[in-house]
Design a protein around this ligand. Structure first.
Ligand code: ADP
Length: 220
């Protein structure tokens, strides 16, 4: 199977979200075609993104001229202008782009984009708000919900799991979570095994059902 990690990506709308996304893709070595209708925005980013164009992406002809239909992946990073967001997404569907990502600002907006045919919808403000809620109220260092009820939590190991090989802690059967990786102080993350012995100050990545993973992180 072809390696598609570095397929070129079109990013339409270079506000805060779209420009951060386009710059990160470029920094990771992905070829990016970035489009915004505001010349000032485009001028400001011109030195940092190789392919960048000023165009109104609701104009099908302009998209065709830029070769947007040839891309496998595209991101519609337009939030505030609902009409543009919807229209641009539908044009990408019409052009046959295989993998369309779109940013939504409300759940209603998300539903519309799904119906039009976007393949992935992100609600950055909403999702980040939820994520910060998990972090601000507890001991977790980071929290990622991987699926509806499955999370990855970055935290320090609770006292009762320090100094004992993980295999003897019965973490999975008693607490329903798995320690996936460990980062001893001043070192890098490495995968955890049944023989791994956690120390105070280690950082661990714990995977499991969201509630269980959170409860693990709340133990002292
Ligand atoms: P953020 O909250 O991430 O800053 P915005 O929705 O405010 O996102 O920004 C969207 C960007 O998309 C703006 O820079 C705007 O000029 C651009 N944009 C909006 N409509 C179009 C369009 N039809 N064609 C191209 N760019 C557009």
């Amino acid at each position: 199977m072809a390696d598609t990690r570095h397929d070129p990506v079109v990013v339409i709308g270079l506000g805060r979200f779209g420009s951060a996304l386009a710059l990160e893709l470029a920094a990771r070595g992905t070829e990016v075609l970035a489009i915004d209708r505001r010349p000032k925005i485009v001028q400001g980013l011109a030195g940092r993104i190789t392919q960048i164009a000023t165009a109104d992406a609701t104009d099908l002809q302009a998209l065709r001229e830029l070769g947007v239909g040839e891309f496998h992946s595209a991101v519609v990073a337009i939030g505030g202008d609902l009409e543009s967001s919807i229209l641009v997404t539908s044009l990408l569907v019409e052009l046959g782009v295989d993998d369309i990502w779109a940013k939504a600002v409300t759940h209603q907006h998300k539903r519309i984009l799904e119906r039009i045919g976007a393949h992935h919808i992100v609600l950055p403000e909403h999702d980040m708000g939820e994520r910060v809620a998990h972090l601000v109220s507890g001991r977790m260092l980071d929290y990622i919900e991987l699926d509806e009820d499955y999370a990855l939590v970055k935290t320090h190991p609770p006292r009762e799991f320090v100094g004992v090989p993980l295999g003897e802690t019965k973490l999975r059967s008693k607490h329903g979570v798995t320690v996936v990786a460990v980062k001893p102080q001043g070192e890098q993350f490495t995968y955890a095994t049944a023989d791994t012995v956690l120390q105070y100050g280690d950082v661990v990545l714990v995977a499991g059902p969201a509630g269980k993973a959170e409860r693990f992180a709340e133990r002292l």
